[in-house]
Design a protein around this ligand. Structure first.
Ligand code: ATP
Length: 264
């Protein structure tokens, strides 16, 4: 698999707080990666540094072989890394269709194009395709502020994905989503991203989501990556058990795995 992101010896300090320490991570095309860790472990700092929202104190970040350290978030997005935030960044007073239309216009229109009307037949068709891919076409004309949280999350992620980014970094895609909604929502997101050949990395506290949807786990503790391993291995890793998932989750997981193999 082709390497797309290379992070070397990344550091970030805030006064005495070490938010990132000696982070070395390589990500290849088509991977699905879960970033886990307790509150304050450094997960968001990592994503902020890769996406240009925060400047590292030291280290190197290469995307598609090019140095992207110090670039503005917009430039990094243009090179192929998009992200979503924990709180959906949508235009609350606009409809679902208008939100996506604007996301497409921001992506596609440069220079004098910006003076043209943003709506065209071709663009409307692209927006409608995108609405179908993310299964939110039924809400096409609904105002974003009136949407159920799950639909708003889907809209937000659909907007982050209009560029068909090579790498998409999501911050807790299931936060604020009910237990019944979380798997259907993740199925839609992961299917859509697979269709677009997007490599996906997401921060997640819900270990059921991590176990079900990612092949590789990066576990953070006090600014360091304490485990970088295939999900099955990471879930039984001593540091992950101690610093991230806790012994209770580990015990119930062992019971669940035993029940599943007894049923098989
Ligand atoms: P959470 O799961 O709560 O979002 P996290 O793993 O994403 O946590 P970070 O937000 O990356 O953790 O924070 C890592 C450490 O850096 C924490 O101690 C946090 O207080 C500190 N930190 C993050 N941003 C800043 C900032 N702008 N100024 C000062 N300290 C910060």
């Amino acid at each position: 698999m082709n390497v797309i992101l290379e992070v070397n010896d990344l550091q970030k300090t805030f006064g005495a707080v070490v938010a990132a320490k000696d982070i070395n991570v390589t990500i290849s095309e088509h991977e699905t990666i879960g970033v886990i860790g307790a509150n304050g472990a450094g997960k968001t700092t990592f994503v902020n540094m890769v996406t240009g929202y925060m400047k590292p104190t030291a280290g190197q970040i290469k995307f598609l072989g090019q140095d992207i350290l110090g670039l503005q978030p917009r430039d990094i997005t243009c090179r192929g890394i998009s992200r979503s935030f924990q709180v959906p960044q949508v235009f609350m007073s606009e409809t679902v269709f208008e939100n996506l239309l604007m996301a497409y216009a921001i992506f596609e229109d440069t220079g004098l194009d910006m003076l043209k009307p943003i709506m065209s037949e071709e663009r409307t068709a692209r927006v409608d395709d995108h609405l179908n891919r993310y299964q939110i076409a039924d809400y096409r004309n609904a105002i974003a502020s009136t949407l159920p949280q799950g639909v708003r999350k889907l809209l937000d992620i659909a907007m982050a994905a209009v560029r068909s980014p090579k790498l998409l970094m999501l911050d807790e895609p299931t936060s604020g989503i009910s237990v019944e909604e979380k798997f259907p929502l993740m199925d839609i997101i992961m299917d859509a991203l697979k269709q677009e050949n997007t490599t996906v990395l997401f921060i997640e506290h819900d270990m059921e989501i991590v176990e079900r949807y990612v092949a590789r786990v990066l576990a953070f503790y006090q600014g360091e990556v304490v485990c970088d391993a295939p999900t099955e291995e990471a879930m039984v890793d001593e540091k992950v058990r101690k610093f991230v998932i806790g012994e209770e989750y580990h015990r119930t997981r062992i019971e669940r795995v035993a029940e599943d193999s007894a049923d098989a």
